[in-house]
Write a protein that binds this ligand. Structure first.
Ligand SMILES: [Zn+2]
Length: 289
């Protein structure tokens, strides 16, 4: 795998585009509790991509390329230090610009890894992908929306059991904390072991105020204290296998459709964020309180 941004323009020209896959990570810099770094989603996206690229190169005999990650994403909670969010319209426009640029170079296999599960983000990314594919013919897949919704490679029994027992782990809980422990324990502050559970029902997740109430003074929703490196390995392996399955099938243009569309894309009220007034990012002054 090669970093496309370290090549010269003439080296990019000479790549066999039909036998290549380009990976693009789009994820936010945002608060992840008192125990995980702001770049958690970016770090996860990059890790999953690198591992998937290695596997795909072996399996398909293709060459994979990546770009520096784009720390651009949409989300609704801006009540903490460190979060840098964009409107859905901006995320859509940035995604479109990045993808159109790569398409114009002649690449026909582009995988967008939007490693941030917020529906606002997934919908903004998918809107851009749909437009690109409509204009240029099929050349992009963004499988994370479907993978986050559970369309994935087989999970280990340990993971299935844990998910049943400790569901609704939406943000910086045991899922993300475990994933980061597996990537590199240095990223995780020890305090995760003593933090209380922060609970919310999936219905309440759509209400911003209830989300903020559940996050309390810590900034997570879920149960970080159950995190472990072993669970993290199961989670990361599952995610990497799912990305490989989606992108490998897309490369062959066979069997990829189950990863193609994010189901919440069809809920029209969720598109209100594309309107300039309704979609304005409500940034809150957090300093000096
Ligand atoms: Zn995250």
């Amino acid at each position: 795998m090669r970093d496309l941004s370290l090549l010269t323009w003439s080296e990019v020209r000479d790549i066999d585009k039909t036998k290549s896959i380009v990976f693009v990570v789009l994820a936010p810099v945002e608060e992840h509790g008192k125990h995980l770094p702001l770049a958690t989603d970016v770090i996860e996206g990059e890790y999953w991509c690198k591992c998937a690229m290695r596997k795909l190169e072996q399996e398909l005999g293709t060459e994979c390329f990546f770009l520096p990650s784009f720390p651009v994403a949409s989300a609704s909670v801006n009540e903490f230090y460190g979060s840098i969010h964009f409107s859905m319209k901006t995320t859509y426009e940035v995604t479109f610009a990045v993808l159109e640029s790569i398409c114009c170079m002649g690449f026909r296999n582009i995988a967008v890894i939007a490693s941030h599960a917020d529906p606002q983000h997934q919908i903004a990314v998918e809107k851009a992908v749909r437009k690109i594919n409509k204009r240029n013919g099929l050349c992009v897949i963004a499988p994370m929306g479907q993978i986050f919704m559970g369309v994935s490679a087989e999970r280990t029994p340990r993971l299935e059991e844990f998910e049943k027992e400790h569901g609704n782990d939406y943000h910086a809980g045991w899922i993300e904390t475990s994933s980061m422990l597996d990537i590199d324990p240095c990223y995780v502050r020890d305090c995760y072991r003593d933090m209380p559970d922060s609970e919310i029902t999936d219905k309440d997740m759509i209400f911003r105020k209830r989300q903020i109430a559940a996050m309390g003074e810590y900034g997570y929703i879920g149960a970080p204290k159950y995190a472990s490196e072993e669970l993290g390995k199961d989670l990361n392996d599952n995610c990497i296998a799912s990305i490989c399955d989606a992108v490998g099938k897309f490369y062959r243009r066979d069997g990829y459709k189950k990863y193609e569309h994010y189901p919440l894309y069809n809920i029209l009220p969720l598109h209100i964020g594309f309107l300039s007034i309704a979609g304005k990012v409500r940034r809150k002054k957090v300093a000096g309180q």
